[in-house]
Design a protein around this ligand. Structure first.
Ligand code: DAH
Length: 331
């Protein structure tokens, strides 16, 4: 074997390299010439069959060829890379005349908005906001509210029980008891939060929201309760509504009432809105509040119910579907 084929290989490699236009092609050339099974390694394998006088020279020539081809590859690679950069600079220009992409800003969930409005109203009247746990003791959710184990109204609360004592609260009324234990009169609190009942249809979801309100003071009476709630509701529904007070029953208030609402355009269609009443003396005794000096009134409002009436929504489940078409309407 002579030196010629090696020289020829370098010339061939050079012309291949010069013609290559991209990195992939260049890599293919590298493999073809310098790869394990590439041309130059083939020559190295053949060295054994070469006569001794030419062997060292041929070996050196092959090594030199390898180096030369390698250098050519690197040079070409650099050229192609800078070409690429130039091309991207030319093609990737920013067209400032294109319309911008609007970022879609969300909005408060309607339930959150209702809670905010309620907070503002009651804060103005001097109520402060307190919180209660969603995982409750049966004592706070039922017993302390005069709903003993065998009281029929326990059945109305389709309760999620964890065990014999712990449950997901079925209403926010337990917060009243905590407030009366932790504070001394005058007490004026509201509390918002999630409550849970085993129920699911157009008017019920297993989780919904309530607001609880409580005043304990020396001169509260039923007419004061009525005044505050009427003010709140007339203020909340900016449209024309008619309200009525209807006697009702709750184990923890005496007397108890419910407020119904009717939109003026929908005559005859009374809808139940909230429950309220004077805090039962038994409950006040239980938390060591002197009933000679103090009395209290309490109220509980379903927040979904209020929001549905405000916006004429007839299926409560839409609040929890995360349907953007629905939610976008409240922007
Ligand atoms: N906790 C009652 C319910 O979930 C609502 C209620 C009624 C709350 C009367 C009160 C109240 O504070 O006085 O149905």
């Amino acid at each position: 074997m002579s030196l010629d084929p090696v020289k020829k290989l370098v010339i061939l490699a050079k012309s291949n390299i010069m013609q290559s236009n991209n990195m992939d092609a260049l890599e293919a050339i590298r493999i073809k010439f310098l790869g394990k099974k590439g041309y130059l390694n083939q020559h190295i394998k053949n060295l054994n069959d070469t006569s001794l006088d030419i062997k060292p020279k041929l070996g050196a020539a092959i090594n030199q060829a390898k180096e030369d081809i390698y250098t050519l590859l690197i040079e070409r690679k650099n050229i192609l890379q800078s070409k690429n950069i130039k091309n991207t600079l030319i093609t990737d220009t920013l067209d400032v005349t294109l319309p911008g992409r609007l970022s879609d800003i969300g909005t408060h969930h309607p339930i959150t908005s209702t809670i905010k409005r309620m907070k503002i109203f009651f804060n103005t009247l001097g109520f402060s906001v307190i919180h209660g746990p969603e995982i409750e003791d049966d004592y706070f959710n039922f017993d302390a509210l005069n709903i003993s184990k065998y009281h029929p109204s326990r059945d109305e609360h389709d309760t999620f029980w964890f065990d014999e004592k712990r449950l997901l609260r079925t209403h926010t009324s337990g917060v009243q008891i905590r407030a009366m234990i932790n504070k001394t009169p005058p007490i004026r609190i509201i509390s918002f939060g999630r409550v849970y009942r085993k129920d699911y249809d157009q008017h019920h979801t297993p989780m919904f929201h309530q607001m609880e309100g409580l005043i304990v003071d020396s001169n509260v009476n039923f007419s004061y309760l009525k005044k505050i709630l009427y003010d709140f509701l007339y203020n909340f529904f900016e449209t024309d509504i008619i309200l009525r007070f209807r006697p009702s029953y709750f184990p923890f208030t005496e007397p108890s009432a419910e407020i119904d609402v009717m939109k003026k355009q929908e005559t005859g269609n009374w809808l139940e809105l909230l429950g309220c009443g004077m805090v039962h003396p038994k409950i006040l005794h239980h938390v060591d509040i002197d009933t000679e000096k103090f009395s209290g009134f309490a109220f509980g409002i379903g927040i979904e119910r209020l929001t549905m009436l405000q916006y004429n929504i007839d299926d409560i489940r839409v609040f929890f579907k995360n349907d953007l078409q629905f939610l976008d309407q409240f922007k």
